[in-house]
Write a protein that binds this ligand. Structure first.
Ligand SMILES: NC(=O)c1ccc[n+]([C@@H]2O[C@H](COP(=O)([O-])OP(=O)(O)OC[C@H]3O[C@@H](n4cnc5c(N)ncnc54)[C@H](O)[C@@H]3O)[C@@H](O)[C@H]2O)c1
Length: 261
């Protein structure tokens, strides 16, 4: 499928994990890619990988919590590509494990990265999409944005991303711009490495909570993003898509305890 032939796509946090998989998936479908990441090595590695596959690609090192960096991204992307057709707000991370560990500093860090950063990037690229009269914005939230799974400040930000997406869908739908949000469950990416180092069995334990019997892969999220951001999804606007193997559909473990199966 070449659903993205000739389209310019910007992906934040494209240097690792889910963002990397989104870059590869959309490039394979013909997209030109602008990836941004604060991690120079990760971003450059993905840029080289895409160049080897003959994708037109630009990596910009930027911290999405810095207004100056985000403005630099807009300037460089505009110079290189003109306007963009698709924005994927993916960069994110969690700083405080539970409420007792949540300081004002890491609360602000979580909100700045996982919510305000998405707002800042969107704010700069929306006017160009408005002039074009079309565009798609796909945000990456989390199941944490819908239910409590720890990381309270991160979760509050991810819930904010769902609300932010709905606002964009309502206000910009009439201008030809769609906004949707993906809520991933546990996805095996480098962000889990330190937890895996201290508890190697973590995914084996966690998969017992998933009705499909496994945790997610970055490609699972990339497939959802590729669908929601494509023109064939033109009637999907303001949707929240859980990509979580059924985790939030009900209490799988409790039912197993009740039925004994
Ligand atoms: N992995 C999971 O289990 C999971 C589950 C639900 C949601 N998510 C969400 O998916 C997204 C991607 O997560 P991942 O698992 O691929 O993580 P990851 O750590 O593998 O990748 C995140 C990327 O974002 C970049 N990044 C972090 N802060 C940044 C900043 N300030 N500016 C620019 N880039 C920055 C990192 O350098 C990294 O390359 C995040 O929004 C995360 O919250 C992940």
């Amino acid at each position: 499928m070449q659903r993205y032939a000739g389209k310019n796509v910007l992906i934040s946090g494209g240097g690792s994990g889910i963002g990397h998989a989104i870059c590869l998936r959309l490039a394979a479908e013909g997209a030109n890619i602008i990836l941004i990441d604060k991690d120079l090595k990760g971003g450059q590695t993905v840029e080289q990988e895409l160049k080897r596959q003959k994708t037109k690609v630009l990596f910009v090192q930027a911290d999405i919590t810095s207004e100056a960096d985000v403005e630099k991204v807009h300037k460089e992307a505009t110079l290189f590509f003109g306007t963009i057709d698709v924005l994927v707000n993916n960069a994110g991370a969690a700083f405080a494990e539970n409420y007792a560990m949540t300081t004002l500093e890491n609360w602000n860090q979580d909100i700045a990265l996982n919510l305000t950063g998405h707002y800042m990037l969107t704010r700069l690229f929306l006017p160009d999409m408005e002039v074009q009269g079309k565009g798609a914005i796909t945000n990456i939230s989390s199941v944490n944005g819908a239910q409590s799974f720890g990381n309270p400040a991160y979760s509050a930000a991810k819930a904010g991303v769902i609300s932010f997406t709905q606002t964009l869908a309502i206000e910009y739908g009439p201008k030809g711009i769609r906004a949707n949000v993906v809520l991933p469950g546990t996805i095996e990416t480098p962000v889990w490495q330190s937890r895996k180092n201290s508890r190697p069995e973590v995914f084996e334990l966690v998969k017992g909570w998933y009705p499909v019997g496994r945790v997610g892969r970055p490609e699972d999220i990339a497939a959802a993003v590729a669908f929601l951001s494509a023109d064939e999804a033109s009637f999907i606007n303001g949707a929240s898509l859980n990509v979580d193997g059924g985790l939030t559909a009900g209490n799988f473990r409790m039912i197993k305890d009740i039925t004994g199966e």
